[in-house]
Design a protein around this ligand. Structure first.
Ligand SMILES: C[S@@+](CC[C@H](N)C(=O)[O-])C[C@H]1O[C@@H](n2cnc3c(N)ncnc32)[C@H](O)[C@@H]1O
Length: 309
């Protein structure tokens, strides 16, 4: 099997989430092609893994790759927020890992319209049980809502121009492919922006993908549930790839690591709260120079780790 995705921060993740030689359960909330899980199973012989993924195709690839570890691995096709809303049937994890976003498999080999470099149907759904895809959004959202999506989830400063160009275009015929959308964005933005550091459609594609899969809402819900499920003393690590994701992680970790949760106007503490998390990494951990050189996807990766009190 050809592996499309190189796991980011592999040594750092093993270091911060590593276990002793007693029995442990790692909940890999974003198992993808199984890269991180494989490394954990190989390094720690008493570790079991439950791996989740919203995409059943990539889960099939993880199943094949992790088959040699037999019943030490269980893989489940589910959104991670849905998983963490339920009672943990297979036991509470001692380690939880989130490696957010999509895999290189999605860009290079899924045929799902995630990449502006390919000419594929404009889909972008991770989970094909969901009905609404990226073509539905670009062809149906009112212009101001489309601009808001591109601005909010892509932090794209030309969101209004892009949304206006989409609406003009779809009045003639609906947009159907990733290449059509990439071309439209290219021509909608000012000429100097076309030759910047990143392709001018990068942010629009990121925004649509986040909106189609409701990625940010899911992270927020899942983190709270994951911290509840983790055993006391257990460790949670989250790898984010852009500031929208990282902001959610940072805020959640900060709130859960505070003792007092009284409103700021309260002169003395009435809640007698105790912190739920102890921050292990005060600042996010970034990839080394060497990793950045070899794996460009790692350049924006940042890992935050915390221990449940
Ligand atoms: C960056 S990749 C994980 C790569 C993996 N850690 C490895 O080393 O091979 C992220 C994976 O998370 C999945 N994913 C993203 N959001 C999800 C969600 N809300 N629920 C479940 N899976 C999700 C994607 O389908 C993708 O396969």
């Amino acid at each position: 099997m050809n592996i499309s995705h190189a796991s980011v921060l592999p040594e750092e993740v093993l270091h911060y989430l590593g276990v002793d030689d007693t029995e442990h359960l790692l909940l890999d909330a974003t198992v993808g092609e199984g890269g991180h899980s494989y490394a954990f199973l190989e390094r720690f012989p008493n570790l079991r893994v439950i791996g989740l993924d919203a995409d059943s195709r990539i889960l099939g690839r993880a199943r094949e790759r992790l088959a040699r570890f037999g019943d030490r691995v269980e893989l489940l096709h589910t959104w991670f927020d849905a998983y963490f809303e339920r009672e943990p049937e297979a036991g509470r994890p001692t380690r939880i890992l989130f490696d957010l976003g999509v895999s290189s498999f999605h860009f290079k080999a899924s045929g799902g319209g995630f990449s502006f470099r390919e000419d594929e149907p404009l889909d972008m759904r991770l989970n094909h049980d969901e009905l609404e895809d990226a073509a539905d959004l670009v062809n149906n959202l009112p212009q101001d809502e489309l601009a808001a999506v591109i601005y909010r989830y892509g932090e794209e400063r030309y969101s209004r121009r892009i949304a206006a160009a989409v609406v003009r275009r779809r009045a003639e015929s609906p947009l159907r492919s990733s290449a059509e959308l990439a071309d439209l964005v290219y021509h909608a933005v000012p000429a100097p922006y076309r030759h910047g550091r990143i392709h001018p459609a990068t942010r629009t594609f990121q925004a649509l993908r986040i909106a189609v899969n409701r990625e940010l809402e899911r992270i927020e819900r899942a983190l709270a549930g994951a911290i509840d499920q983790l055993v006391p003393g257990g460790v949670i690590g989250v790898i984010a790839f852009h500031s929208l994701e990282d902001r959610i992680v940072k805020r959640m970790f900060r709130e859960k690591s505070k003792a007092c949760t009284c409103p700021p106007e309260m002169p003395i503490c009435k809640c007698e709260g105790v912190p739920v998390l102890e921050l292990i990494t005060r600042k996010p951990v970034f990839a080394s120079e060497t990793e950045r050189e070899h794996n460009p996807a790692s350049r924006t990766a940042r890992l935050r780790v915390a221990r449940k009190c």
